[in-house]
Design a protein around this ligand. Structure first.
Ligand SMILES: [Zn+2]
Length: 395
């Protein structure tokens, strides 16, 4: 029995190695897979045949010959199934359909009418059903759903605390799995953003990355040595609740003077709402970020000054993070990326002034090029990881 178990495990590991090689190097010949993995040609051929039968790999016409017969090339079948990535925000839900390679094929967006867990769960279900209905036919169909939420998530996919959504103890994974009958993975939205940037964005060559997600609040995804750093209970990264002011404003987390009260989209909107030009523009209604962008594009000096002020506060927190983690790269993403033209300079200047020179010398700092897509792409990649892990186990 022991030996059978070991052989089963060895085969599982080998098949996973072969699939990973084809996914990352496609198109590739069987001989090259054998050469790069160190597995013998007979083993590779047999595992490749299984992967072809399972629709995860297909063959295409002969590649370049190194002298003998031209080899058939193997391709990873990115259209064998589709994943759905969802980003839950305070006021909206965004979802994307990706193929197994992580390329976005479709997307949808819904405005939220309330922050109740039941309402948001219902909207996520609607988004998943809409994208599923529009997905192309494929052997595996929808392989799973990944959801990023702005809160603290435990290993069972329950949202323990999401102050900006006013949630505590919401068993979101269980609620969605029961409703959708699909595999569902829940994670913090900043963790999703860090993974999205690492797999598909500017940080593909970076193993020590801080992804600072700035929208209504602030969260950070910390990638150390190529892996998400989650802390001892899985809750690391709540940098938005760094206490930066002794007698600051009360925060929804229960503390006061938190960083996100001075450096988030919400901070910007609250400050800008006091300006005459903003009140005039919105007819006295609370402004949206899009209103401020329009006014800043028209050169409104007060709106631009408020954006710059928020940019400097962001720079202060980010320089603290740089001094603490000594990362290779810091990517600032989510909604704040939409006002890059006005915040980039004050933010970068502040980081330069406030970081220790040794730390600053080697760090690359940028605003996300994926903008709002890092979170949904990362969430979809959590679903893909779960699918490939399961595929290998089901041998
Ligand atoms: Zn707080």
């Amino acid at each position: 029995m022991k030996q059978t178990g070991d052989l089963f495990l060895v085969k599982k590991i080998n098949k996973s190695i072969v699939l990973d090689m084809i996914r990352s190097r496609s198109p590739i010949s069987r001989a090259k897979v054998s050469e790069l993995t160190g597995l013998n040609k007979t083993t590779v051929s047999s595992l490749v045949n299984e992967l072809i039968d399972e629709h995860l790999v297909h063959e295409m016409g002969p590649g370049k010959s190194s002298g003998g017969r031209k080899p058939l090339m193997l391709l990873f079948n990115e259209q064998a199934g589709y994943a759905i990535g969802v980003d839950v925000r305070i006021d909206s839900v965004t979802a994307v359909l990706t193929d197994l390679g992580g390329a976005i094929k479709d997307h949808c967006w819904f405005q939220l009418e309330s922050n109740s867990a039941e309402h948001i769960c219902g909207v996520v279900v609607r988004a998943v059903r809409e994208l599923s209905a529009r997905a192309p036919e494929s052997p595996y169909g929808i392989i799973g759903v990944g959801v990023g939420v702005p809160g603290i998530v435990d290993e069972q996919g329950s949202v323990l605390f999401a102050p900006n959504l006013h949630w505590s103890g919401v068993p979101l994974q269980q609620m969605l799995t029961e409703e959708l009958q699909l595999s569902v993975v829940i994670d913090n939205e900043a963790n999703a953003g860090a993974v999205g940037e690492h797999k598909y964005g500017a940080a593909q060559d970076t193993d020590n990355l801080l992804y600072v997600s700035v929208s209504h609040g602030i969260g950070t995804g910390i990638l150390l040595g190529g892996h998400l750093y989650r802390g001892s209970s899985g809750f690391a990264g709540e940098a938005g609740h760094f206490s930066i002011k002794l007698d600051g404003e009360p925060c929804s987390c229960g503390n006061k003077g938190c960083w996100e009260l001075y450096a988030s989209e919400n901070a910007l909107l609250l400050e800008a709402a006091k300006l005459d030009s903003v009140r005039k523009h919105t007819g006295g209604n609370p402004p949206a970020l899009e209103d401020l962008i329009r006014l800043a594009e028209d050169g409104d000096p007060q709106v631009i000054a408020v954006m710059e002020h928020v940019g400097r506060h962001l720079g202060i927190g980010i320089s603290n993070l740089i001094n603490l983690f000594n990362p290779q790269r810091v990517i600032i993403g989510n909604r704040i990326a939409l006002i890059e033209p006005w915040i980039a300079k004050p933010l970068y200047d502040t980081v330069k002034e406030r970081s220790l020179s040794f730390h600053y010398a080697r760090v690359s700092l940028e605003i996300s090029r994926l903008k709002l897509d890092s979170g949904v792409l990362g969430a979809a990649s959590f679903a893909l990881q779960a699918f490939f892990a399961k595929t290998q186990i089901s041998l």
